[in-house]
Design a protein around this ligand. Structure first.
Ligand SMILES: C[S@@+](CC[C@H](N)C(=O)[O-])C[C@H]1O[C@@H](n2cnc3c(N)ncnc32)[C@H](O)[C@@H]1O
Length: 234
């Protein structure tokens, strides 16, 4: 049992790690190194007030009920930047069974593996450079929580999420508010819509996310027919 002073020191250390994670400039090497050191205490550090994973999973469940005819347990879901598996655990508790995940950090992924919520989970995978085994149009739903945040992945990460999701499937992403403002995230979504890559279905604005800040939650549909590169240019 920690004394109140020890508890305060632990909370301060957790806040510092969260803040430090926002200063990694999207550099894959720095991110992997940082999360290697954070994997063992991540869940405890974010436990206070981090409701992003629950909201993303509940949106996936709502989208499945509202729009996707097949049974939930038969839906294939990709959790991009799955970390220690907080989203996978929520998805599993809602009845999803075919959940794959990947992350830059092998140490974070090892924690995700231990949850047993995932069918397949891979570390050392960069969303900005997805290996060929992540083929196009593979998943019914792709979720991404806590990754569109300061110092991590830019809005163009949406393109790969769209590519691996099947036509009429959905991409669901949390977007930290300060990151959304800093990157003009909504303008980028409009650009992807104009290019025929993703269609915004809904956005929960200013939703609860973490103890220190809210987020927007985007639900984006992959159009039935992706426009070709030539068509996008015309
Ligand atoms: C804040 S954590 C969120 C983890 C988990 N989704 C959650 O909500 O708890 C951010 C995760 O994104 C991963 N990440 C950052 N950049 C990435 C990239 N380019 N490709 C894949 N994963 C990345 C980190 O390794 C880390 O596990």
């Amino acid at each position: 049992m920690n004394t109140p002073d020890q508890q305060t020191a632990l909370e301060q250390a957790a806040r510092k790690r969260i803040k430090d994670s926002h200063a990694l400039d999207g550099d894959a090497g720095r991110l992997a190194n940082f999360y290697r050191g954070w994997a063992s205490s991540y869940d405890v550090d974010v436990a206070q007030g981090y409701c992003g994973p629950m909201i993303v999973a509940e949106l996936a469940a709502a989208v499945q009920t509202a729009y996707l005819a097949r049974h939930r347990a038969d839906m294939t879901i990709l959790d991009a930047g799955c970390g220690t598996g907080l989203v996978g655990v929520e998805l599993e508790s809602l009845g999803f069974r075919l959940i794959d995940g990947f992350d830059l950090s092998e140490e974070m992924v090892e924690k995700a593996r231990q949850t047993r919520a995932y069918r397949k989970v891979r570390g050392d995978v960069d969303l900005n450079r997805l290996p060929s085994e992540y083929s196009s149009a593979s998943y019914d739903i792709t979720v991404c929580c806590g990754v569109f945040t300061l110092g991590h992945v830019g809005p163009d990460g949406l393109r790969e999420l769209a590519r691996v999701t099947r036509p009429n499937g959905f991409v669901i992403a949390s977007v930290r508010k300060s990151f959304a403002e800093a990157t003009s995230f909504e303008d980028y979504v409009r650009r992807l819509q104009d290019e025929g890559v993703l269609i915004p279905a809904t956005c929960l604005r200013n939703g609860r996310y973490a103890a220190d800040e809210d987020a927007h939650y985007w639900v984006l549909e992959v159009p039935k027919e992706m426009r070709t590169t030539e068509e996008q240019g015309s």
